[in-house]
Design a protein around this ligand. Structure first.
Ligand SMILES: C[S@@+](CC[C@H](N)C(=O)[O-])C[C@H]1O[C@@H](n2cnc3c(N)ncnc32)[C@H](O)[C@@H]1O
Length: 305
């Protein structure tokens, strides 16, 4: 299982405020961050981790089987509140998420996350939830497909690609990564092809996993579950995710959201977070050289007031 954890030192330095505290890693993956978190924690600390992906869950169950401080759930990080209640804890000292997919998921030819390998076009991290991407492409209206490609992939040729998908599926239903790749190839200039394919696959992945709504839901729950002084640490890899994190932190840091024309505050809002990274922290040149996946990473951190 190959996945190099991104911005490891930066994440740990921000996350761990109390070595005997309660921590949550929402995106366990292959345990790269979690194993280092555990190394920094004492005997009475607790680490709760989730991953939607069954392979990641099975791998980590085994990997951490001898460490009583960690509890692992094969579910979405949006279950954080339910898990907090189940585990009967008094709040989190730190909550971490390293968004998106792992290198293992991306490189594994059976996952269908990449157009570089022939596979079933599923794209779900948890195969028991929602619908596979091929299902969506075979049944959705042309306009819906175009909207997904535009909204989640920022793909400017979204209408042209959607039209081709609908034309193609009238004769043979779409099932594989190669079929999607070929029909994109048929309508996009060769020099733009790789970037377009990345955007198309990314858009479908975000859509079928409901990634942006899950992120918002997770952030909203988390802020209420942190102890005072507890930290929320998020690593994101594309602008749509980063914008959500940035806007959420900004909103939670505000102590008033009244329109400027109102002279006295009537909203009674209180700030719940202090932003610790005014600008996102980026990986060093050195890290990018040794781990190209880190290239687009952005780290944002806030602290519960
Ligand atoms: C970038 S990887 C995490 C890698 C991990 N930090 C490590 O160092 O091994 C992201 C992981 O999060 C999982 N994931 C993505 N969205 C999730 C969600 N909403 N809930 C739970 N797991 C999620 C993916 O299945 C994947 O294994």
């Amino acid at each position: 299982m190959h996945h190099v954890p991104v911005m490891l030192d930066e994440v740990l330095d921000f996350l761990i405020v109390n070595s005997e505290g309660n921590y949550f890693d929402g995106t366990l993956g292959f345990g790269g961050h979690s194993s280092k978190i555990l190394q920094r924690l004492g005997n009475n600390a607790k680490l709760i981790a989730t991953d939607k992906d069954k392979d990641a869950f099975d791998f980590c169950k085994e990997k951490f089987s001898r460490d009583k401080r960690i509890t692992i759930y094969n579910t979405s990080f949006t279950k954080i509140r339910t898990i907090y209640l189940l585990e009967n804890i008094d709040g989190f000292d730190g909550v971490f998420a390293d968004l998106g997919v792992s290198s293992y998921q991306f490189d594994n030819k059976d996952s269908g996350f990449t157009y570089r390998e022939e596979a079933i076009l599923d794209l779900r991290m948890d195969k028991t939830v929602g619908e596979p991407a091929y299902n969506f492409l075979n049944t959705a209206k042309e306009e819906e497909i175009a909207n997904v490609l535009f909204q989640f992939g920022e793909e400017r040729k979204s209408r042209r690609i959607a039209k081709r998908i609908v034309l193609e599926r009238a004769t043979a239903s779409i099932k594989t990564t190669t079929q999607l790749k070929e029909l994109v190839e048929a309508v996009i200039y060769k020099q733009h092809l790789n970037k377009t394919l990345s955007r198309v696959f990314q858009a479908l992945r975000i859509y079928v996993n409901n990634e942006l709504d899950e992120l918002k839901d997770f952030l909203n729950q988390t802020v209420k579950l942190l102890k005072t002084g507890g930290r929320i640490v998020i690593l994101s890899y594309h602008s749509l995710e980063d914008r959500i994190v940035k806007e959420f932190f900004k909103h939670e840091a505000l102590s008033c959201v009244c329109p400027p024309e109102i002279p006295v505050c009537v909203c009674n809002k209180e700030s719940s977070l202090k932003i610790l990274t005014r600008k996102p922290v980026l990986p060093s040149e050195e890290e990018i050289k040794s781990n190209p996946r880190a290239r687009s990473a952005k780290l944002r951190v806030a602290e519960k007031i």
